[in-house]
Design a protein around this ligand. Structure first.
Ligand code: UD1
Ligand code: BG6
Length: 371
């Protein structure tokens, strides 16, 4: 079943061009001279009006699924014009946070069975919100108990660390944003550009997978480290959180994803010549702010590894001043799908080199069905 691969996680990372294609199959409409390009999500089409009219869209999930929603949040805010908030399921339950009838609550869960997410669904249902599911598992508790939703169709994921489900979740939430924004003519050009970007995304992911050897070399360099930081912002704040989550859950190395905008409020104190820091600085509207973050880290002799858009290495620092990972550039809101790929590969190679169990990390379970 693993084919030519040694581990399921490795297989699942490398099958992302195909899993993304399956996720989008039948859902992207090409358009022609008489019809605009659009998306069709069969499970949402009868609920779009209600979602557009809701007072707030609140994403609820755990772990990687939460990170996927965080990656999709800026684009959903942009296209829906509705405030979008984020909840870790356990925290929502701990606080018994407010959920209203006028809310759309979106439950994101690969397995569709995570206990905290399910309990949060029960809570939101009782509070009268419209409950939308985004899951990879047809017939799962979340698929059955939500009012409507979208199956991500990424195919069965076996590795405990989620990889292909993450990228497919982001693709589905981008399509959801496109469907919600479909009634707004002012965003049509933007929507068409993103739809074109989605069509081409599997090819770009295939290109990013060519970084495999480079990431293996980087893993050799980092394998004995105690700790690894990842700085991101904007669309790629989620990439920093998810990259760090991959490294800690499988490579059993301390790793922290940090919002770059918070750098001066604490994390800067950690910077020295030894602690490796990955800075995600691909091209988008936050790029100049990330350039200044890089300068400030350089000034403190930080040990930087910078992820930038292909051909932009000279824009992130004088040549030779830091290690650079160049990734293919896509539409800004889809860039998290590309940027996570080298970090998944890095986490994978670190795990193998450090001699840990890739597919079943210590103390973790694929689906956490108890609180
Ligand atoms: C559906 C079919 C698909 C078929 C396609 C053809 C299923 C599972 N899917 O896909 O096989 O090729 O039509 O038009 O039969 N739902 C929830 N909560 C969730 C996820 C989904 O309530 O968390 C509901 C949706 O609202 C929808 C149904 O489940 O009513 C199927 O969802 P989805 O598979 O995403 O719909 P389609 O893409 O239209
Ligand atoms: C577990 C898994 O902790 O549950 C993670 O090990 C996953 O990979 C998390 O992100 C949430 O799972 P789900 O199925 O609700 O997306």
């Amino acid at each position: 079943k693993k084919g030519n691969y040694e581990h399921y996680m490795q297989k699942e990372i490398h099958e992302q061009p195909e899993s993304l294609r399956t996720t989008m199959r039948g859902r992207l409409i090409c358009g022609d001279s008489s019809k605009a390009k659009s998306v069709l999500l069969g499970g949402l089409k009868d609920h779009l009006r209600t979602i557009r009219r809701s007072r707030r869209i609140v994403f609820i999930g755990c772990g990687t699924s939460y990170n996927a929603a965080l990656a999709a949040r800026p684009f959903l805010e942009e296209l829906s014009g509705v405030p979008v908030t984020m909840e870790l399921a356990s925290d929502l339950l701990d606080r018994q946070g407010p959920i209203y009838r006028e809310d759309t609550a979106v439950f994101v869960s690969q397995s569709g069975e995570t206990a905290d997410t399910l309990l949060a669904l029960q809570y939101a249902t009782e509070n009268g919100a419209l409950c939308v599911g985004i899951t990879n598992t047809v017939g799962s508790a979340i698929a059955r108990n939500t009012h409507c939703g979208v199956h991500i169709n990424a195919g069965c994921e076996i590795g405990v660390a989620s990889t292909k489900a993450y990228t497919s979740q982001i693709a589905v939430m981008a399509m959801m944003a496109l469907a919600i924004g479909d009634d707004t003519t002012s965003s049509q050009a933007r929507r068409e550009a993103v739809i074109d970007g989605l069509f081409d995304l599997p090819n770009k992911v295939r290109e990013a997978l060519k970084l495999d050897n480079e990431m293996k070399d980087l893993a050799k360099l980092l394998m004995d480290e105690q700790s690894l930081l990842m700085f991101g912002r904007g669309y790629n704040y989620a990439t920093a959180l998810e990259g760090a989550l991959k490294v800690k859950e499988v490579a059993l190395m301390h790793s922290e994803g940090i919002l770059a905008g918070e750098m001066k409020h604490g994390p800067l104190a950690l910077v020295d010549e030894t602690l490796p820091i990955i800075v995600i600085a691909t091209h988008d509207t936050c790029f100049s702010k990330q350039q200044s973050v890089i300068q400030q880290l350089h000034a403190r002799k930080g040990r930087l590894i910078v992820m930038c858009s292909k051909g932009a290495a000279q824009l992130v620092g004088p040549s030779g001043s830091c290690r650079v990972i160049e990734v293919p550039q896509v539409e800004d809101c889809l860039q998290p799908v590309i940027n996570i790929v080298p970090l998944q590969l890095l986490a994978y190679h670190l795990t193998v080199l450090r001699g840990y169990n890739v597919d079943q990390p210590r103390n973790l379970a694929k689906s956490v069905t108890t609180q």
